[in-house]
Write a protein that binds this ligand. Structure first.
Ligand SMILES: O=C(O)C(=O)C[C@]1(C(=O)O)C=C[C@@H](O)C=C1
Length: 303
C-alpha cells in the first residue's frame, strides 16, 4: 500500500490537503515536522510527502523551501489549495485565556483577532496547529488556534470558529516524491525550480530575463539564505507551464547554461486550474516552428 507522510499530528491543515491529494488506497502517516516528512521519502520509508509551501497571508513556509533545496532531490507531482480559517479551542476548566498556542503561520493570520478577543493572552509557538491542540489538552496552554477539523481529534471546547484576519486566506500544499515519471501537461500547470544566482551585478535579473523573454509568467519568487554564507541567497521560482512544453524546456536549458546549480522541483497541474498566459510568438508551436526553420537552414533547405 503506498504510504504518504504528512506534516501532523492528526488534525492539521496538511492532513486535509493530504486527503485531497491521496488516492483511495494510500495510507496516510502523520509525522511531527516538515523535515521528518521529507526524510521519510528520502529514506524510502514513504512513497510521498505532503507539506505546506505558501500561504496567501504569511508567505512561504521556510522549512519546506530549505528542505527542498538541500539533500536528495524531491519533485512536486501535485498541489492542493485550501481555504484557511481557524477554530480556537480551549479546555472546559479555562476561564481567562492567558496563553494561546499555534503554528507561527496560523498565529500570523489571527493576530488582530487575538488582540481584540483575547487581550490578556500571550502567544506561544507550537510545531503545528494540531500540536497546539495536544498541548492544550495536556494543560500546557489555555487555547489553541487550529484547523476546524482538529476538534474531531482533540475533544476541546470551541471558543470561536471562522477566525481569520484576512478573508479568503489560502495555503498551498505540495505532494513530493523522489524524481520519477512526471504528471502529464494539462495547459494549466506550474513548474518550480531553485537556483543560487552568482554574486554579481545583474545575475538574478539575467535568470528572470530568460523566463521573461520566452513569455513565461512567474507565479512566485522567494529568496532564502544559503546557510553558512552570509549575504548569499537561493531563489525559488515558480512559473506557469510544464517542463514537457518546448517553451518551458527551452527556458530551463537557458537557466542551466547560466547557472549550473539549478534544481528542478517539479511540473504539475495547478490546483486553481488557471491556464498559462501565452504571449504572441511564445506558444509551443512558435518555438517548434522556429526550431524546425533553423534545422531547415542548417540542412540547406531554407533561408
Ligand atoms: O499547522 C498546520 O495545521 C499546518 O498544516 C501548517 C500550516 C502552515 O504551514 O501554514 C498550514 C496552513 C495554515 O496556514 C496554518 C499552518
Amino acid at each position: 500500500m503506498p504510504r504518504i507522510a504528512y506534516f501532523g499530528p492528526q488534525g492539521t491543515f496538511t492532513e486535509q490537503a493530504a486527503r485531497v491529494l491521496a488516492a483511495a488506497e494510500d495510507e496516510l502517516l502523520p509525522v511531527e515536522t516538515i523535515g521528518a516528512a521529507l526524510s521519510a521519502v528520502r529514506d524510502g520509508e514513504c512513497d510521498a510527502a505532503c507539506v505546506p509551501v505558501e500561504n496567501s497571508v504569511e508567505g512561504p513556509v521556510s522549512a519546506t523551501l530549505d528542505g527542498l533545496a538541500e539533500r536528495a532531490p524531491l519533485v512536486a507531482t501535485a498541489e492542493a489549495l485550501l481555504p484557511v480559517h481557524f477554530s480556537v479551542l480551549t479546555r472546559e476548566d479555562v476561564g481567562t485565556v492567558r496563553t494561546v498556542a499555534s503554528h507561527p503561520h496560523a498565529l500570523a493570520q489571527v493576530r488582530e483577532w487575538i488582540e481584540r478577543n483575547l487581550p490578556e493572552a500571550r502567544t506561544v509557538v507550537s510545531s503545528s496547529t494540531a500540536a497546539a491542540a495536544v498541548a492544550v489538552q495536556r494543560g500546557e496552554y489555555d487555547a489553541a488556534v487550529t484547523a476546524p477539523v482538529a476538534v474531531e481529534h482533540y475533544p476541546l471546547r470551541v471558543l470561536a470558529t471562522e477566525v481569520a484576519d484576512v478573508a479568503d486566506a489560502r495555503t498551498r500544499f505540495l505532494l513530493l516524491r523522489p524524481p520519477g515519471r512526471l504528471p502529464e501537461p494539462t495547459g494549466a500547470d506550474r513548474t518550480s525550480i531553485v537556483a543560487a544566482a552568482a554574486n554579481r551585478t545583474g545575475a538574478l535579473a539575467e535568470l528572470l530575463a530568460e523566463l521573461a523573454t520566452r513569455g513565461i509568467n512567474l507565479t512566485r519568487l522567494d529568496a532564502r539564505p544559503i546557510k553558512g554564507n552570509f549575504g548569499l541567497y537561493r531563489f525559488f521560482i515558480d512559473f506557469e507551464g510544464h517542463v514537457a512544453e518546448t517553451r518551458i524546456g527551452d527556458a530551463l536549458a537557458a537557466l542551466r547554461r547560466r547557472c549550473n546549480n539549478v534544481r528542478f522541483l517539479g511540473s504539475h497541474p495547478r490546483a486553481d486550474g488557471v491556464e498559462a498566459t501565452i504571449d504572441p510568438g511564445a506558444a509551443n508551436q512558435d518555438f517548434d516552428e522556429a526550431f524546425d526553420w533553423v534545422a531547415a537552414v542548417r540542412a540547406g533547405s531554407s533561408a
